[in-house]
Structures are given as C-alpha cells and as structure tokens.
Design a protein around this ligand. Structure first.
Ligand SMILES: Nc1nc2c(ncn2[C@@H]2O[C@H](COP(=O)(O)OP(=O)(O)O)[C@@H](O)[C@H]2O)c(=O)[nH]1
Ligand SMILES: Nc1ncnc2c1ncn2[C@@H]1O[C@H](COP(=O)(O)OP(=O)(O)O)[C@@H](O)[C@H]1O
Length: 409
C-alpha cells in the first residue's frame, strides 16, 4: 500500500494508540511492510530538524522509535509514500524543489539487515534520490610531508569545476591557515565517536594520535555537485575504502628519500618537534604498507613537484589544461503541496493535480506539465549514501487520451 488517507491514521490511532497521540505529532503516511506499519511524518521527537518515523507491530500493537541512519530530509508539511520492492519506501515531498523531492526510507534492504545485527534494534535509513553517477573518486595517500596537499590543491586550482575535495573530520587542532569546513571539519572526539557509531562514516582511522574520518556525506556532496571527489587519507583509510562498496582509484605518493621527507616536514613548520618525530616514525610504516600488493593502483615519487604533478595529471587522463564545465541543471520550480503518487510496474506516476494547483505545477521539473513518471528500474546505490539513477519523464496527456513521454533527466 502507499499513501495513507486520513482515516487510516485515525484507524491507527484507534487500534494501536498505546500512548502515542498520532495527530498531535502531525503524522501523515502509514505504509505496511510485512507485519509492521511505518508511520512517517511530522518531526522527530528528539529533533525538529527531520521527519519523524515510528513503527507499529501489527500483531502486538507495540510502538518503536527506530534508530535512523543516513542523511535525513528536512521536514515538510506534506509527503506521499509508496512501498518499493518490499524493502524501501519512496517518499515524494510536497512543496520542495525537484532536487529535494525524492527520498528513500530503507526498511529491509541488506544494509538495514546488517545494521540491525550490529545495533540489535529497529533501524531505518534515509537515502536521497539523485540523477546520475559521478566519476570514480581518487584516493591519495602517502606519509606526512610528502606533498599530497600541495598536489591536490594544484589540481583543484587548475580544474576547479572538475574536482571536489572530500572534507574529512578530525579531532586534531586546526593549523594557522586552516579553515573549519574547508580543510577539515574540526570535531570533538566524543562527537566524532558518536557519529562513527551512528554509521555516518565511510572510513576512519587513528593517525598520529588523532581520529580522522571520511563521512559518507563528504563524498556524496562532491558527487551531487557533478564533480570528481578527491580523498586525502592515510593508508589505513585507503584499505577501508578498498573494502567498502565505493569504487575508487588509489594513488600512493612517495618521497624521493627519507631525508627529503624530514626536510619538507620541518620546512612546512606546522608541527612541534615531538609531532614531527611521531610523523617520521609513522612514515616508515606507511611507506612499507604503501607497497602492499593490490592496495594502490599507482605509485608516484614526488621529487620535482612539477614533474610529479604532470605524472598525476597524465594518469588521470588530463591532457592540456581545459577545465570541463559540469552539467549544471537548471533551477527548478517546486512540487506543489497537492500531488498524488501511484506505482505502476516499475514506474511511479506523480500527478500534480488540476485547477488552481495546475498553475503551480506548470513549472515543475521545468516541463510545463502536471504529470511526471519516475522510472525506478535503474536505481542504484542507496543508504548510507545516495540512491542514484533517478529518471524523470514528463507525460503529456492529449485531448484524444494518448500519452507522450519526454525524458527530463
Ligand atoms: N583515514 C583517514 N586519514 C585521513 C583523513 N583525513 C586526513 N587523513 C590523513 O591523516 C594524516 C594526517 O593529516 P594532517 O594532520 O592533515 O597532516 P599532514 O598529512 O601532515 O598534512 C594524513 O596521512 C592524511 O592523509 C581521513 O578522513 N581518514
Ligand atoms: N616536490 C616537492 N619539492 C619540495 N618541496 C615540496 C614538494 N612537494 C611539496 N613540498 C613542500 O613540502 C611541504 C609538505 O607538503 P604538503 O603538501 O603539506 O604535504 P602532505 O599534505 O603530504 O603532508 C610543504 O611545505 C610543501 O610546500
């Protein structure tokens, strides 16, 4: 079943109310999945910044507030819900832009089953629906002071619209010129540990006595912007990413000699003597691990900076310095509050209504039409990242009753 008409929430209130006042929470849809009903809407009990979710067991009448993973959608006054593949609920948010209207709440996917085993509780996870795939991310590793940051910033300066940096979280203190949210998300250890436990990180490692990690979101926002993601992470992190579902290209940067590495670390002047000693000790182990069979796809020696940078560009297939313009999607209008969502085979029909709301829907998805088809046969990925491969089509309805379908994305 899909959308819950008002009487259905009334039924829930009557039959399973057990201490929950559904109406006061502004709950809106109820979707049956096996012996559970997922009640979605209003806001969370703990935070008003996301949509609330409660689960009622049909046979026992017991209510549970599940652990919610993934990037959460902002609350909305109206949404529709349709169950897909018996494992995820497709949510269409009303009054939201086309790049924020399609969300998936995973309730019984493999990812959810794995998380339930880890946390031994009810778990659901949000995943935002987006259009396309991005090029494989690039993982760059190497000992401290070898020149990773220098190479990455040169690449990003030359190709600003092609690459985006994965901003890691770290518990280390910022250096003089480092900006929070740009170079790192500087974080308290307790906060980062909780976020790791909540499944927000793709990988994390303890490096030189501090915690560093790549959040799922850090990589996804770069891909959402149509850019290729660059990760500057240590060898342990590279190993974790290798073992993760994220397909990437792995590059290891070596110094020409240990003495030169020490010289560069000292010249940079950002660490205390004690920290330099620790980094040099760790560098020996990292250089050894960097040689591990099957971990890195490419090895570059950063002797002369210009030569190394040229080699990096060559292996990334960048000839010349022509920067590519990413596909920028036009700003799109909002989906009207009043819309109807139904499922037909592998397609979802979003009907934006008639009469006065027809006007509002004229610009929906920039198509000037009031019906859209979403093809769900090509969806990929999912929580804790994005659900990719959303294909939206505008449907023209002609006076003679015939349809014409135009692909929008
Ligand atoms: N595993 C992991 N390592 C990271 C991450 N971010 C940075 N690092 C690594 O942590 C190490 C220390 O980084 P940083 O403190 O910036 O010092 P620097 O490498 O000397 O510039 C480097 O090897 C980075 O590649 C991350 O998100 N995950
Ligand atoms: N090929 C090179 N030759 C000489 N100095 C370099 C070279 N590459 C980088 N450096 C310098 O070495 C220091 C460390 O580089 P950095 O990019 O911060 O390393 P990492 O990010 O790997 O820790 C910086 O002062 C940088 O200017």
């Amino acid at each position: 079943m899909g959308e819950a008409p008002a009487f259905f929430v009334d039924d829930l209130q009557r039959d399973f109310s057990n201490g929950f006042d559904l109406k006061s929470k502004g709950l809106q849809t109820a979707t049956v999945v096996g012996d559970k009903i997922y009640v979605i809407g209003g806001t969370d009990d703990e935070s008003t910044s996301t949509i609330g979710i409660r689960i009622v067991n049909k046979s026992t009448g017991e209510w549970v507030i599940p652990m919610v993973l993934g990037t959460k959608p902002k609350p909305c006054k109206v949404h529709s819900a349709v169950l897909l593949n018996d494992d995820r609920i497709f949510i269409v948010k009303g009054n939201s832009s086309s790049d924020d209207c399609a969300w998936f709440l995973e309730v019984d996917t493999q990812f959810i089953r794995d998380q339930k085993k880890i946390f031994e509780t009810e778990v659901v996870a949000w995943s935002k629906g987006v259009k396309g795939d991005a090029e494989k991310p690039i993982v760059i590793s190497g000992p401290s002071g070898v020149g990773k940051g220098t190479l990455i910033s040169t690449l990003m300066k030359e190709f600003p619209s092609m690459f985006g940096f994965s901003v890691s979280h770290t518990t280390r203190a910022p250096r003089d010129k480092e900006k929070d949210g740009v170079h790192y998300h500087f974080t308290e250890r307790s906060v980062m540990e909780r976020d790791i436990k909540d499944g927000k990180f793709l990988e994390f490692a303890s490096v030189h006595g501090n915690l560093y990690g790549t959040s799922v979101e850090a990589v996804e926002v770069v891909a959402d912007a149509g850019k290729r993601c660059i990760l500057d992470i240590d060898v342990q992190g590279a190993r974790s990413v290798r073992a993760s579902p994220l397909e990437a290209i792995f590059i290891f940067i070596c110094p020409p000699s240990f003495e030169e590495l020490e010289k560069r670390l000292r010249t940079r002047g950002t660490e205390t003597e004690e920290q330099i000693q620790k980094r040099l000790r760790n560098a020996r182990a990292e250089l050894e691990q960097g040689q591990s069979a099957g971990l890195f796809d490419h090895m570059l020696v950063n002797d002369d900076l210009e030569t190394c940078y040229k080699s990096l560009k060559k292996l990334l297939g960048l000839d010349g310095s022509v920067d590519m313009i990413p596909n920028s999607s036009p700003k799109m209008a909002e989906l009207p509050m009043d819309h109807l969502v139904s499922k037909i085979d592998h397609k979802i029909l979003i009907n934006c209504g008639t009469t006065e709301i027809e006007k509002a829907s004229k610009n929906f998805f920039s198509c000037g039409l009031c019906r859209c088809l979403l093809d769900i046969s090509s969806l990929r990925g999912g929580a804790p990242g994005r659900t990719r491969g959303l294909k939206l089509y505008a449907v023209d309805l002609f006076a003679d009753g015939s349809n014409r379908v135009n692909q929008l994305s």
